[in-house]
Each structure stands twice: as structure tokens, then as C-alpha cells.
Ligand binder design. Structure first.
Ligand code: ACM
Length: 680
């Protein structure tokens, strides 16, 4: 443990400001997220007043006009200043002059120029970009720069030159397992635009649901969706909305596995006898498309043709993951086919299927994208592989000549802290040893929001703000890796996202309120702020979940990462300088128990959390005891230390799929108290 000399009390004030929620200044040149490639800040400010005006010059298109109007509306939202007459053509009188050099691609392409420069002087700001995409990115940067100081709202004088590190920066949303209504999709796109992500990967079909209207095969949605699907008109509107924000929409139709929902209406596509029902459980299931029948490819030809026309993006994701092969093994006709065609394994059979599907995807003018499992020496090199199983696969695919994107390490459903997501680099791990030519095949990465354990109610709290940390990894220079600074800026960006209508902060708060009924929610929120859901795949191991399990418990209202615990751990790492604060926090958690206990006791849903509350109370007492011993300068008695360790070990075990995130820091205090040789 670090032991710094005692600091004067003055230093506590700025720290307190940080602790109570982001820095005192809303947004500044050092608040940008993702961090630009180059920022040169100078003295001075450009005032943002009621006379703020934007002028668009150079290449013009309606998308830019809409972007400028949206920008001014957001500016108005951030400042509270109304802007009615906000567009002008007179560049000399404009506050922000936007200059776009030329048009971009009619359908946004991978690697299209997203660069921009933003020059802010005390008189005027100038945003320049070769293409509209750069203008969109630069406008987001400008919004992040707006802050309030003693004189009013302003943007600091700065010159920013910016461009992304990777061309493919995505977020995958699983709308198949739990239905994600359009409101979720739209606000997800808003969040993505704010942090400069450029690919919305829409996971549209799985065992538990088929989520897009097909006019050619209407039984897909009629029988495979419980009525929860997007119409083609709605899809078109989403795509237009995304394009306005510089975001590509890549559809995924998972095949040949993860496809039970297709078979409810079209059982002949499957490799085993029907009938089929929409799957309600989570996991990997036996049903898979029959790769041996020509009728399968006739169906897919027509279906892919229909979807290729609906989704303009160049890429079409065929899934391809987790085929267990059981239906193939069980079908004598399929086994005979394999023998006739020299296919030695189910992987070979799937590669045969993939090659046939690839031909269809290409016939309809698209490039193919698939998960790791489509990586097979038999396939041509013009497909993109999305690596979810490890950086080794990513490196192997790049070495073998395939383009790839990384998702392993970016699974938002696994509840890892932002610091861990942030540490994953597409060119790190096994990919670090690739040649420059091989590295160039790694296009970027995608955060993945699988939806077994999220609904529209809490999905935002699993995506945000952590996705902003991944967005920075994919946009900013490789050497932007300072975790503490990332968290500082993440707190600022999180509030901005809140302003934009994302529900990552309000969602959990409302769920806590529902759990507390008519009691004040603060009591439960105080406990909840110290908790984290279990990580990795621990939740699905804890009990049986399926599509019908209510996700209405405290674990569902608990964000993936406890900011309070992280900040408390920082205080404890320097406990000598923060003794009063540590005591105050511990005392607050301890005294919360008197109000919390009856509240938990009267609720069916909160019964399971009673041990957590008791343990937090015991942890707080242990921490306060440790602080007393530390202050006394005498080591804590061995017997006391042993008792605390027993309690700490108990408190380290998950309860109700939650862990107490302050437990490790309290353990540090206890261990420090056991060893103390006297406070300096
Ligand atoms: C996956 O997680 N099965 C792609």
C-alpha cells in the first residue's frame, strides 16, 4: 500500500468535487472523448451566446444541413439558450463556419474519410473536412468543448486535427433474444454518433426471434417473432437516421445455427424433423439449416436478395457461430451427403454451406461477414471475420489473409469494468506480433450487447457509458491509454449522453424506485451504488434463466461498474491523506442500514438482498475499526483481524448475483491496520 505524507486539507476540496460527479467544468479541451489525434489548446475563449450562428460553405447537401440544425438544437439543449434563426450564409458574421470540400459515398463505405480540423479563435470557429463524415465528427467534438465559466458558455481556443485510428468502429445490438423497440435503437444511434462510432451491427435473428419483416417469407416474422419485429419501413427509417449520423447499418441473419425462429414458419429449412417453436431458453441448440438441400439455397437466394435490397450497406453478416452439429449427425441423408462430397467433419460441411451462401451474398452485390467459425481454409479471402473467441483467432485470420474485426474483450454483457474494455486493443494481444501488412487487415472492432440478460429497460445501463471507452480505443491514437484520465472524461461524457436522452443513469434509478415502492429510493440506491452484477458467464450459471424470467431484481438495476467503489479504492490507496473522507463514507454506509433493513424486509423481490445489506454494514464497521487502529498507530489485535478476515471472505461471495464492490478496499484497510507501525 502506498503511504504518502499527509497532505494539507486544501487538497481535499478538488478531490471532493471530482468525487461528487465529474469535474466542476462541464466540458473542456481536456474533456474530449474520444480524445482527438491532436489538440493544441491556447488561452482565450469563444463565447457561445444567443447570437450563435452556423454558416455552411463549400460542398452542400441536405444531410449537412440537417446535421447543422441538429447541432444547434443540441447546443441549445446543453446551454438552455434558445436559437431560432440559427443558420446563415454570411461567413464573416457566423460563430461557426463549416466547410466541406466534397461529397462522400452515396452509401457510407468502410474507410471513408472521417478526418476534420477544428480551429477555435476568440472571434470564430472554423470546422473543415474533406467529406461530410468529417463534418459530422467535428460537430460532435465542438459540442463536447462547450462549457460554462464565470462569463457564460464558451468554447476554449484550440486547434484540433483529428482522424480515426480504425475504419470499423461498431456496436452490435442483439434485438433477437430480448426485443429491442425502435426507441432503444434510435437512442443507441444517438449515443454512437456522440462518441464517433460508425457501424451499427443489428443482430436480427436467433433461436428466440426473427425480427425483420420479410415480404417474400412472411411466416418468418409472423410465426417467429411473437409480433415483435421491425417493418421494412421502420428499417428504412433507422438506416436513414443512421446515415444522417455517419453510421453504417450492418444486418446480421445468423445461419446455419442460431436459427430456430426461422424454422417455426419454414420447418423444411431445418436438418431435423419439425415442428419447431420459438426457443425460450438461452444457450446453444441443435436446430440448424440443412446445408445439403438445394431448396435451402433457393430460399436463402430469395431471402438474401430481399434483405440486400433493404439494407444498403456493402456488408451482410451471416453469423455462422456455434453450430453444434447434432442435427447433422442425426440425419442419415446429411451424413451420406458428406461422404459423397468428401466432407470429413461438420466444420467442413459448414464451410461448404458458407461457400454456397457467400456465392449468394455476392450475387446480390454484398460482401460477407461472419463470426470466427466461418474462418476455414476453404473460403476465399474476400470475407471479413469477426473475432469473438480470442485475439489468437484474430491474428490467425489476418495472417491467413482475411480482413477482420475484434469483438473478443468487448462483450458488454460480461459486465467488465470500462478499464478492462479499454485495455483491449485490436492490434494488441496476439495481433501485436503481426507484420504491418497483416495488421492493416484488422479493420477495427465492435462492442457487443447480447441480450439474454437485458431488456429495453436496462440495456442502456449495460451499453453506456462503457461503450464510450471502447469507442475511444478504436478512434484515438494507440498511445491514449491513461486509465485514470479515461475515467475522468468518461464521467463527463456519461452526463452528456444522459442529456442526449440515453437512459443509462435514469434507467437503474427508476428500477430502484420501483423496488422501493413508496419509500425514498435513496436508501436502496446507497446500497446499490456499492454493488456490481457478477461478471462473465456467472449469472447464467447461478440459476435457470429464460425469455420468460422477469429481469426486475436488484441485480438488473445495478450498473456493471460501481463508480463509488472505484473512488473509494482510490481513497484507500492513499488512506493517510483521506482519513476523514474514508470515515465519512464508511459511516454513511453503516448508518444506512437502519433504514434499509425494514425496506428490504417488506419486499419479496428484495429479500434475497438482505445478506448484502448486512455485509455492507459489517464491512463499514470493519473499515471504521481499521481506521481507528491506523490512527492509534498500534497494530490491530490478531484476533480482531482474524474475525474481520472471516467476515471479508464471506462478503466476497456473490449473493443474488451481486458482489460488494467495496469489499477489496475494506480488506486493504484491515490488512493495513494489522501491519501498521504507526501513522506518520
Ligand atoms: C457469439 O458470441 N456466439 C458470436
Amino acid at each position: 500500500m502506498k503511504r504518502l505524507p499527509k497532505l494539507p486539507t486544501m487538497t481535499i476540496l478538488p478531490l471532493l468535487l471530482t468525487l461528487v460527479g465529474g469535474s466542476a467544468v462541464h466540458s473542456q479541451t481536456d474533456a474530449l472523448m474520444p480524445k482527438p489525434a491532436s489538440v493544441r489548446a491556447s488561452e482565450g475563449r469563444l463565447a457561445i451566446t444567443g447570437s450563435f450562428r452556423v454558416a455552411l460553405t463549400g460542398y452542400q447537401e441536405p444531410r449537412l444541413d440537417r446535421a447543422a440544425r441538429r447541432f444547434v438544437n443540441q447546443l441549445s439543449q446543453f446551454t438552455g439558450i434558445p436559437y431560432l434563426d440559427r443558420m446563415m450564409t454570411d461567413t464573416s458574421a457566423a460563430t461557426l463556419v463549416v466547410h466541406c470540400e466534397h461529397a462522400g459515398e452515396p452509401v457510407q463505405a468502410v474507410g471513408e474519410d472521417e478526418s476534420y480540423t477544428l480551429d477555435v479563435t476568440p472571434q470564430q470557429a472554423q470546422l473543415n473536412a474533406p467529406e461530410p463524415l468529417g463534418i459530422l465528427r467535428g460537430l460532435e467534438t465542438f459540442l463536447q468543448l462547450v462549457h460554462e465559466d464565470r462569463e457564460g458558455f464558451a468554447v476554449s481556443v484550440v486547434r484540433i486535427e483529428d482522424r480515426p485510428r480504425f475504419p470499423w468502429r461498431g456496436l452490435m445490438l442483439d434485438a433477437a433474444r430480448h426485443w429491442m423497440p425502435l426507441s432503444v435503437v434510435y437512442r443507441t444511434l444517438d449515443g454512437m454518433a456522440a462518441v464517433k462510432l460508425n457501424v451499427f451491427h443489428w443482430h436480427l435473428s436467433d433461436n428466440q426471434g426473427f425480427r425483420v419483416e420479410s415480404k417474400l417469407f412472411p411466416k418468418l416474422q409472423e410465426m417467429g417473432s411473437d409480433g415483435e419485429y421491425y417493418t421494412q419501413e421502420q428499417v428504412k427509417e433507422v438506416i436513414a437516421y443512421a446515415r444522417d449520423r455517419g453510421i453504417r447499418v450492418v444486418p446480421e441473419f445468423d445461419m446455419p445455427g442460431h436459427s430456430t425462429a426461422w424454422f417455426v414458419g419454414y420447418p423444411d429449412l431445418a436438418s431435423g424433423p419439425g415442428p419447431y417453436q420459438i426457443e425460450r431458453d438461452w444457450g446453444i441448440f441443435d436446430p440448424a439449416m440443412d446445408p445439403t438441400r438445394e431448396s435451402t439455397y433457393q430460399f436463402l437466394d430469395a431471402f438474401i436478395g430481399e434483405m440486400a435490397a433493404l439494407f444498403p450497406d456493402a456488408y451482410f453478416h451471416i453469423g455462422g457461430d456455434e453450430v453444434n452439429g447434432k442435427q447433422w449427425d442425426a440425419n442419415p441423408r446429411i451424413r451420406a451427403f458428406m461422404q459423397d462430397h468428401g466432407l470429413k467433419s461438420n466444420a467442413d460441411l459448414q464451410a461448404y454451406f458458407n461457400a454456397r451462401v457467400l456465392a449468394l451474398v455476392q450475387k446480390h452485390g454484398k460482401k460477407m461477414l461472419g463470426w470466427d467459425e466461418v474462418f476455414h481454409p476453404g473460403l476465399p479471402k474476400n470475407i471479413v471475420i469477426q473475432s469473438w473467441r480470442g485475439s489468437e483467432t484474430l491474428a490467425a485470420t489476418a495472417r491467413a489473409g482475411y480482413m477482420s474485426i475484434l469483438s473478443n474483450g468487448y462483450y458488454l454483457d460480461l459486465m467488465q469494468p470500462a478499464s478492462q474494455l479499454y485495455s483491449v486493443d485490436p492490434l494488441g494481444g496476439a495481433a501485436a506480433s503481426l507484420t504491418p501488412e497483416e495488421k492493416a487487415r484488422i479493420l477495427g472492432g465492435e462492442a457487443c450487447m447480447w441480450s439474454e440478460f437485458v431488456t429495453s429497460e436496462d440495456v442502456d445501463s449495460r451499453m453506456w457509458p462503457r461503450t464510450a471507452a471502447i469507442a475511444e480505443r478504436l478512434w484515438s491514437p494507440e498511445d491514449v491509454t491513461d486509465v485514470k484520465d479515461m475515467y475522468r472524461r468518461l464521467a463527463i461524457e456519461s452526463r452528456r449522453l444522459d442529456f442526449l436522452g440515453l437512459q443509462h443513469r435514469i434507467g437503474p434509478a427508476l428500477m430502484c424506485e420501483r423496488l422501493t415502492g413508496l419509500e425514498p429510493a435513496g436508501t436502496l440506491a446507497t446500497l446499490d451504488a456499492l454493488l456490481e452484477p457478477v461478471k462473465g458467464y456467472a449469472r447464467e450459471r447461478a440459476r435457470h434463466y429464460n425469455r420468460l424470467t422477469p429481469l426486475n431484481r436488484l441485480v438488473d438495476a445495478t450498473p456493471p461498474e460501481s463508480n463509488v467503489a472505484r473512488k473509494f479504492a482510490e481513497l484507500v490507496d492513499d488512506w493517510n491523506a483521506h482519513q476523514e473522507e474514508i470515515r465519512q463514507w464508511l459511516a454513511k454506509w453503516q448508518s444506512n442500514q437502519a433504514r434499509l433493513a425494514p425496506l428490504l424486509d417488506r419486499s419479496a423481490l428484495l429479500q434475497e438482498d438482505i445478506p448484502l445489506a448486512n455485509e455492507v454494514s459489517a464491512l463499514a464497521a470493519a473499515g471504521l475499526g481499521a481506521m481507528d487502529y491506523l490512527k492509534s498507530g498500534k497494530p490491530a489485535p490478531q484476533e480482531w483481524v482474524a474475525q474481520q478476515h472471516t467476515m471479508l471472505d464471506q462478503a466476497a461471495k456473490p449473493v443474488a448475483e451481486l458482489t460488494i464492490a467495496i469489499q477489496p478496499a475494506v480488506r486493504k484497510l484491515v490488512d493495513a491496520a494489522a501491519q501498521t507501525r504507526g501513522a506518520p
